[in-house]
Design a protein around this ligand. Sequence first.
Ligand code: ZN
Length: 246
Amino acid sequence: MESDLRVTVWNEGRHEKTNPRVQEIYPAGLHQPIVDHLQSLGMKVRSATLDEPEHGLPPAVLADTDVLIWWGHRAHDEVRDDIVTQVHQRVIQDGMGLIVLHSGHFSKIFKRLMGTSCNLKWREAGERERIWVVEPGHPIAAGLNEYFEIPHEEMYGEHFDIPAPDALVLVSWFQGGEVFRSGCCYHRGKGKIFYFRPGHETYPTYYQPEVLQVIANGVRWAAPSAGPSVRFGHHPAPLESLTPAT
Ligand code: ZN
């Protein structure tokens, strides 16, 4: 049941404190329109921010989260390594879904899960972004048209130093001519990870219906499956008799 999905939207929350433009667009924080939209769909949603104790992600919150959404930018290095490890374990071992947004490409948790630099090209010129659906049968593309446009965004361009995605759902074109893999799906351990590009803090991107649709679809896709918990051991007892035939 969708209403059973427990989502935590994590936001660094620093630009909102210092940049009047960001305060104007997101008076309650960049995470708030995402929280509001997912709640309107019946999901159980909470927010968490960097400056809360344990970044708002104590073990009890992680244990109560099916899908974690992550937006960070200028304070990636301030995220505690032990909390990154706990998030990593929740993804790998327990199958918690992770959705990494925009500048979260440089977050500790995304880089650890990818194992690459996650570097890219960027330009902040408020240009148009056209996002094409290149895997129309994928659950994350549900309800979208062939493409949608964001009037003003920061450009991210290839090469994006990530492992080849297990599924590439969205590709962006920018007015300046670059392209970018904007919607990338991964399986890591029991967990599913979705990277979704848009969301520079000085544009109202997270109010746009198509963007919210992709995030909601991503939450549904990344939610844990009901698969078994694997118990590792060196010497499991045989399931059949191993008596050699004579
Ligand atoms: Zn940005």
